[in-house]
Design a protein around this ligand. Structure first.
Ligand code: ADP
Ligand code: MG
Length: 482
């Protein structure tokens, strides 16, 4: 019978435990239980350890025991190879496009850079311990956390008290509270992304060896689609299974698409959850409104705690404005702050937008920030703010306009009126959102990017040459501005 890495390591653990004896149970728990076997190649067993420090400690204190054990299991040439999961930086500035490297890149490219790899028949005198240095793989993960989004500058109010407290508890004790997953939900611009980053940052501060990863549902979907295309879904899944603390932002993005992505995530979720790793998910819809999500996944979301973020009341809005001003070292009269807080009551993003516009106005025109200036500006601002436009929203407006059911855009039909509605949707999505052609195609009936490009050109052409079409584009544009 051939041995698997799991059985080899399980046998090793037995021997180690025996050798350490019951009086050293704590030692065993601390230094051996966290080790995860990952592969057996010939006589080299690869194990994953949580950090560089951990590896050094093993090397310093348990080298003889490990050597003895491995040789008992794998023969006199038995060797160990370490894989160290390393989490590197927290971004200084918001990162929107960087997609974390997949397991494949991280594992295999890194291994080449590692200077310590030597082969068993080529032992290098300079290395202190050839037995251990069969190889080390360091897997670096960029957390994709935005250092500006901290818990300290997330202002507390009635609207977010539960979510903030739950977030705090999770950061203190990841994976060990009943808030797993922690689902943060609430409308656009109410602080879900900020809070999710803040919890990740706190968890990382507490335990820098933890691998924390922030990813948007859109990025996750794109990575999965790429992995399928490149036939490395195993690496993809493996990469995510190594994460200790996973933050998935905007899961409502999957509500009408990505069924296979959802399945992949479902399995990753189960794995992480079972290993007591922390999962945070955000959504701009409540679980009850996410009915189109894959049912098994939806049921998982209800396992932990769903905490909602509401619209801040006026006191909280004032506190948020003051906090932003203090952060930027800007002074503003109290009546101006109050005027903004009373008049912008939709969400925090718009509140911030109004503040920034006012500051810009005053500094560009060398005018003092007065109540009058604020009034002029806010009046304009309130009128001109449009809601955040998503592809879903564009689909809805276009379908409503042509009185078509919204599903028709997703359907493969080639009926002329539907093709036109689909093309218009793609055209506006390209124009009004930041989504890539690939994502737009995916959302409009699973088309590829070339189809989207073609649609955009067709609409642009018809808009110039066809009166009827021009009228539609015009009317729809008005609707988006309403
Ligand atoms: P969402 O993800 O819910 O759409 P964001 O987290 O992106 O919202 O928040 C929008 C903006 O509002 C961000 O700049 C964020 O820093 C700010 N914000 C939201 N809630 C708060 C809060 N309670 N205190 C301070 N800033 C906040
Ligand atoms: Mg967000």
């Amino acid at each position: 019978m051939t041995q698997t890495y799991k059985t080899v390591w399980a046998n090793c653990l037995k021997i180690i435990k025996d050798n350490l004896g019951p009086e050293n149970e704590q030692v065993y728990k601390t230094w051996f239980e966290p080790i995860v076997p990952i592969q057996l190649e010939g006589n080299v067993l690869t194990i994953r350890v949580p950090s560089q420090f951990f590896y050094e400690w093993l090397e310093e204190h348990f080298i003889d025991l490990l050597k003895h054990t491995i040789r008992l299991q794998l023969g006199p040439n038995g060797m160990l190879k370490y894989s160290i999961l390393m989490d590197t930086s927290i971004a200084e500035t918001p990162i929107t496009t960087n997609i974390p490297s997949t397991g494949r890149q991280a594992t295999f490219n890194r291994a080449k850079d590692v200077p310590l790899v030597i082969k068993s028949d080529d032992q290098n005198q300079e290395l202190p311990n050839p037995f251990i240095y069969a190889g080390i793989t360091k897997i670096r993960i960029n957390s994709q956390l935005n250092a500006n989004y901290t818990l300290e500058n997330f202002v507390e109010g009635d609207c977010n008290r539960l979510a903030r407290a739950a977030g705090f508890a999770v950061a203190e004790n990841p994976g060990r509270t009943s808030f797993n997953p922690l689902l943060l939900h609430g409308g656009v611009g109410l602080g879900k992304t900020h809070l999710a980053h803040a919890i990740g940052i706190k968890a990382k501060e507490k335990d820098p060896d933890k691998s924390v990863l922030y990813v948007t549902s859109e990025q996750f979907l794109q990575q999965y689609v790429d992995a399928v295309k490149n036939r490395n879904t195993n690496d993809f899944v493996h990469f995510y299974e190594m994460i200790d603390f996973l933050i998935l932002d905007d899961i409502q993005f999957w509500a009408t698409k990505g069924i296979h992505t959802q399945e992949a995530f479902f399995h990753i979720f189960n794995y992480l959850h079972q290993k007591n790793r922390q999962i945070i998910i955000t959504s701009d819809k409540a679980p009850s409104e996410l009915g189109t999500l894959e049912p098994r996944l939806l049921s998982r979301l209800k396992w932990g705690l769903a905490a909602d973020l509401g619209t801040p009341d006026v006191e909280t809005r004032i506190a948020i404005l003051k906090q932003k001003l203090a952060n930027d070292g800007i002074e503003m009269p109290q009546d101006v702050i109050e005027y903004i807080a009373y008049n912008i009551n939709t969400n925090v993003r718009e509140l911030e937008g109004a503040l920034i516009s006012l500051i810009a106005q005053s500094s560009l025109n060398h005018r003092q920030i007065t109540l009058d200036l604020a009034k002029q500006m806010i009046d304009k601002f309130v009128k001109s703010t449009t809601r955040e436009i998503t592809i879903d929203y564009i689909q809805k407006v276009v379908c409503d306009y042509f009185k078509l059911p919204i599903e028709s855009i997703q359907s493969p039909t080639r009926k002329r009126e539907i093709v036109q509605a689909r093309q218009l949707t793609m055209y506006f999505a390209k124009k009004m959102t930041k989504s890539s052609l690939a994502i737009i195609g995916l959302q409009c009936g699973n088309k590829d990017h070339a189809t989207v490009l073609h649609a955009c050109k067709t609409v642009a052409n018809l808009n110039e040459t066809d009166k009827q079409f021009h009228y539609w584009v015009d009317e729809l544009e008005k609707k988006f501005r309403e």
